[in-house]
Design a protein around this ligand. Structure first.
Ligand code: UDP
Length: 323
């Protein structure tokens, strides 16, 4: 695929987050002339973009996209990745989560409309809720509890998808929607509560693995470099319907705990904790569309990905894991 990011001016909303910062790095490697990371630093951190500051075209702007997006001049691509994404983060900030998906997304779409940029919305496998169709294909409409504790995230992303399609249909904005499945890798926050940092931290500290419920619920984990590759391909494609990007290898949470134990060479017993309300029982992407339309499929195995992730967590925490 020709690299159409060469010389491009790109806005990455949520650019100091886990995915946003990896995306900025990729864009820098691919020759983007200007990369502006916008983030309000609620769940993102400047540490994630520290190394990028050496890149000549990179700029960080601290702003909340729900209030407006400071932008002068032209823009070729807008990636909207701004949102809390871990269940404990969005449970703590449900109103902010709904606002960033609604008002924030509208501000991002307006920026794309004004500048003629192509817009990509980061959506989520959570639009499928607790899915009754397995694996999840893009034409499944989902099974979401509109008033449950996860609804602030699920409905915010569902609304963001609807708004994106409306701006495409009514205003002619060039749009893309990626439905991101569970993703992991370096720069996840150790305390974000998601299963990957939780189990990795527990393994490194020699603590017990806290498995919610009976641990038979499933997830499918995609390494961050694969995910970013899928997002970039989608942005550069002509596809306006949603595309799942994730790794179809599905594990129970109990199997995942064993995989982390094997990769980290540690971890104690399995201890069970109550299952959070509305926790999806199964999740696996059907990636036929991404394969067909983008020529994309994941390349990094769970074993390799966990090795990289654990090495990063060890380095960052410098031996025993800091709380
Ligand atoms: N989970 C767990 N122990 C933890 C954290 C999460 O068993 O310490 C489970 C959680 O109940 C869910 C799965 O791991 O079934 C993935 O949770 P995560 O928060 O990473 O993301 P989700 O896919 O639910 O958004």
């Amino acid at each position: 695929m020709a690299n159409r990011f060469d010389g491009a001016r790109v806005a990455v909303l949520g650019g100091a987050g886990f995915l946003g910062s990896h995306l900025c790095e990729r864009l820098a490697q691919e020759g983007a002339a200007e990369i502006v990371a916008v983030d309000n630093l609620i769940t993102g951190t400047l540490r994630n973009v520290e190394e990028l500051r050496a890149h000549k075209g990179f700029r960080f702007v601290q702003a909340d996209i729900t209030e407006g997006i400071p932008w002068d001049g032209p823009c070729d691509f807008v990636f909207n990745l701004a949102s809390p994404a871990s269940p404990i983060d969005y449970a703590k900030r449900p109103v902010e989560t709904l606002r960033v998906g609604s008002q924030g997304t509208e501000n991002a779409l307006r920026l794309a409309e004004r500048t003629g940029a192509t817009f990509l919305q980061a959506s989520t496998s959570e639009v499928y809720g607790d899915p009754l169709v397995h694996p999840q294909t893009e034409d499944y409409w989902g099974n979401v509890n509109p008033i449950g504790p996860r609804s602030c995230y699920d409905e915010s992303k569902r609304y963001a998808e609807a708004l994106t399609m409306a701006y495409r249909r009514a205003r002619g904005v060039k749009t893309r929607i990626v439905r991101i499945f569970n993703t992991y890798g370096p720069r996840m926050r150790l305390d974000d509560g998601r299963v990957v940092p939780a189990f990795v931290a527990q393994a490194l500290r020699g603590e017990d693995f806290t498995v919610f419920g009976d641990g038979r619920q499933t997830r499918s984990f995609c390494y961050v470099s694969d995910l970013i590759d899928g997002i970039c391909r989608l942005m550069l494609s002509d596809e306006s319907d949603p595309v799942n990007v994730g790794n179809p290898r599905e594990l129970t949470i109990l199997e995942f705990a064993e995989a982390v134990r094997a990769a980290a060479g540690g971890g104690g017993r399995i201890v069970h904790r109550p299952m959070p309300k509305d926790d999806p029982k199964q999740r696996r992407p059907d990636i036929s569309r991404a394969k067909r339309l983008l020529g994309w499929e994941p390349r990094v195995s769970l074993e390799e990905g966990l090795k990289e992730t654990i090495a990063w967590f060890r380095r960052v925490v410098g031996g025993p894991v800091a709380p």
